[in-house]
Ligand binder design. Structure first.
Ligand code: GLN
Length: 263
């Protein structure tokens, strides 16, 4: 009898040991990113000076900040140039590790993804032709007398196509384009009367197309941040740590100055 007890005890002890060991081996640590060693960033490289193509390379504020973040995390940055409207969905499903595209933090987007701390302020501005009858933000009306060009799925699109009581001009007065550049070309050729777009791309489009001007004042003020999947809290924490270190040591400011203030 004594022996049987001993045997049972021994069997139990071994079982426990095996289970504990299997438990440890089984809980393999979750990888930080979808592809080991890489940080895949989705962007829409038609948004100067935040992201644009420079020959075959990507350049811009977001591209450089992302490069520094990847460096801090010991990862290789890989950039995917996609339509702006497919960035959030791709981040949500884990196709991309993060989305960085001069992207405004909105409550609606927060339902789908997490946002990092903000690294820049964005302002929605309005571009018109220099000889336009529209002289100020107060002249903008959703009464059918003017058409507004926007880049589809951006906050300019979302706010402008909203109803008058929400500060918009109504769906029927909005024409959507795939890129900001196409919206601006539509303004140049007279298909729309105004383009609502973020201030820095607006400046760069006005500089590269004759006869355009930006109306005084901010249409809406917003914060830019990096979108990360809600399933990857660890990446969010690491990106915030890296981003804040880069803000604190002046790297972010010097990158922004290189493309904006110093121009
Ligand atoms: N800031 C705007 C938004 O988030 C536009 C961004 C963009 O076109 N890349 O909707």
């Amino acid at each position: 009898m004594k022996n049987l007890k001993k045997i049972i005890c021994a069997v139990l002890a071994i079982t426990l040991a095996v289970l504990t060991f299997a438990g440890c081996g089984g809980s393999k640590e979750k990888a930080l990113t979808a592809t080991e060693g890489k940080l895949v960033m989705a962007t829409n490289a038609s948004f100067p000076p935040y992201e644009f193509k420079d020959g075959n390379d990507f350049a811009g504020i977001d591209v450089e900040i992302a490069g520094k973040i990847a460096e801090q995390l010991g990862l290789e940055l890989e950039i995917k140039d996609v339509e702006f409207g497919s960035i959030i969905g791709g981040v949500e499903t884990g196709k991309f590790d993060m989305g960085m595209a001069g992207m405004t933090v909105t409550d609606e987007r927060k339902k789908s993804v997490n946002f990092s701390d903000s690294y820049a302020t964005g302002v929605q501005t309005v571009i018109v032709k220099e000889d336009s009858a529209i002289k100020s933000l107060d002249d903008l009306k959703g009464d059918g007398s003017m058409k507004f060009g926007v880049q589809q799925d951006t906050t300019g699109d979302i706010y402008a196509s909203d109803t008058a009581e929400n500060g918009g001009y109504g769906e029927e007065n909005i024409i959507r384009y795939k890129t900001g550049n196409e919206a601006v070309l539509a303004l140049v050729s007279g298909k729309v009367d105004a383009v609502i777009i973020d201030n820095e791309p607006a400046k760069s489009y006005v500089a590269s197309n004759k006869g355009l001007t930006i109306l005084d004042g901010a249409w809406v003020e917003e914060q830019y941040a990096i979108a990360i999947s809600k399933d990857n809290e660890e990446l969010l924490t690491k990106v915030n740590e890296a981003l804040n270190a880069l803000i604190d040591d002046g790297t972010v400011k010097s990158i922004i100055d290189k493309y904006i203030s110093a121009k």
